[in-house]
Each structure stands twice: as C-alpha cells, then as structure tokens.
Design a protein around this ligand. Structure first.
Ligand code: SAM
Length: 242
C-alpha cells in the first residue's frame, strides 16, 4: 500500500486543469508522505494521514496554488507558517527551479521540514527557518526580499496580510490560500492591504473533488510597506488593520 492515493492525486490535478506529475515526482511525493506519516506518529504535525486525505487535502490542495498563476517560474519565494510543508514541498517537487524559504515559528516543524527536503533531494532549492513572520518582517535579510509570499491555513487575512506583505518586494505578489470564506476575508482585509502597500488584483474560487470550497486571494505589492509595519503580534491580533 502507498502512503497516498496516487490515482486520486493525478485525477484531481487533471480535473483542476493542472499538469500531470511524472513518475519521478510521484516517487518524491511518496517518499515525503511516508516520512510525514512516520514523523507524525511521535510528533504531531497534521491530523490528515490517510492515503486519500494526503492525496486530496494536502497534495492536490497545495498544487492548486498554480491556479493563481504563481509561481510562474524562477521566483524567490517565502512561505509563511509552513507547518508540515504545505503548500511548498509539493510545489517545489513539481517545480524545482524555484528558490523557497519556509518559515515557521515552531522549531520541531522546521527540523521536520529540513529533513523532508533533504530526503526528497531538494535541500538546494528550499530550506526552512525558525522565525516568526512579524519578526522577519523587520529584519533586512527578509523584509521586501521575496518575489512571492504564500500562506495556507495560518490566520485570517486581515492579520495574515500584516505578517506577509512586509516580506514581499515592490512589484511582487502575496497569494493567500483560503477556504470557503476567502471572498469575505478579502473584503474585510482590503483597506489594511492597501495600508501595507498592496492591492487585491484577483480572487479565484474552485472546489476540490470532495466539494470543499477553496479561494486564492492574489495580492500585488505596488508600494513599499510603511516602516511601522509589521507591528508586534499582540497588536496585530488585537487590532487587525481595517
Ligand atoms: N501551512 C501549513 C498547512 O497548510 O498545513 C501549516 C498550517 S498550521 C495550521 C499554521 C502554522 O503556522 C503552524 O505551523 C504555526 O507554527 C505557524 N505560525 C503561526 N503563526 C506564525 C507566525 N507569526 N510566524 C511564523 N509561523 C507561524
């Protein structure tokens, strides 16, 4: 038995209009899924470990990022709150030409991510750092250094924008991978996004094969983020920009 349902993933990619994955890439995903399930047996990373769930809710969902049109190729990317590696490990397996920094505030997840990248032979294309995004946003080695910033399942967009947009360089993009409430979150966050130098340029909605709704909120950064952002997390959480 395989650690994830290969046919379900290829079928879902086809249904979403995304390219099929080669045998070699499927083998890398299998290696990653096996490591995820075994690591998860002693250190909690994810509640979804069944073969169908990994295929649909982790792998196909991660690769649905490409429906946003980003990344297009060669970008320097930061993924905020990478957790067990979604969306970026599947994205990097699909497109190893990217350069990815995976950021997470939890040290044990960062250790897992770097080990997973090494197992699938992608340590040169990606690495994980243990850091809070609002701290990285003040650090010149991260602030406005990325062509593309992504985040899946980290926080509501009105808070997430302040964590992510300071990391995007002017002319770059932030893509938030949201669920069924994505449009509502985008409306709520629009003013704050503008204060941070960005503008929502597109919202893409679709459903996964099991009927769950997904929303990709695509934000372009037009102006530098004012120096006072990001604020400390307590302030971001207590008074999200609006
Ligand atoms: N993106 C993954 C996914 O979709 O499966 C993980 C989602 S998990 C619910 C949220 C992750 O964000 C956790 O691993 C947590 O440690 C991390 N996180 C939360 N706040 C953060 C912050 N301010 N900076 C960096 N990482 C953060």
């Amino acid at each position: 038995m395989t650690a994830f349902d290969h046919a379900l993933l290829q079928g879902e990619l086809n249904r979403l209009g995304l390219p099929a994955l080669s045998e070699e890439k499927m083998a890398q995903l299998e290696n990653y899924a096996e490591f995820l399930v075994s690591f998860n047996s002693h250190t909690n990373l994810t509640a979804i470990t069944d073969p169908e769930g990994i295929a649909l809710l982790h792998f196909a969902d991660s690769l649905s990022l490409f429906l946003s049109g980003h990344p297009a190729g060669g970008e320097k990317i930061c993924d905020v709150g990478s957790g067990a590696g979604f969306p970026m490990i599947p994205v990097l397996i699909a497109r190893p030409d990217l350069s990815v920094t995976m950021m997470d505030s939890t040290e044990k997840k960062v250790r897992f991510l770097n080990e997973a990248l090494s197992r699938v032979g992608l340590s040169e294309a990606g690495h994980a750092v243990s850091c809070r995004a609002e701290v990285a946003g003040k650090d010149p080695s991260f602030r406005e250094q990325f062509d593309l910033v992504t985040a899946r399942a980290v926080s509501r967009l009105n808070k997430l924008a302040e964590l992510c947009l300071p990391l995007v360089q002017v002319g770059g993009y932030f893509v938030a991978m949201k669920g069924k409430d994505g449009e509502e979150e985008a409306k709520e966050a629009a003013k704050g996004i503008s204060l941070l130098g960005g503008e929502i340029c597109e919202i893409k909605s679709f459903s996964l094969a099991n009927g769950e709704k997904r929303t990709l909120v695509i934000i372009k950064k037009h102006r530098p983020t004012p120096a006072k952002y990001p604020r400390a997390y307590k302030q971001i959480a207590a008074t999200p920009l609006s």
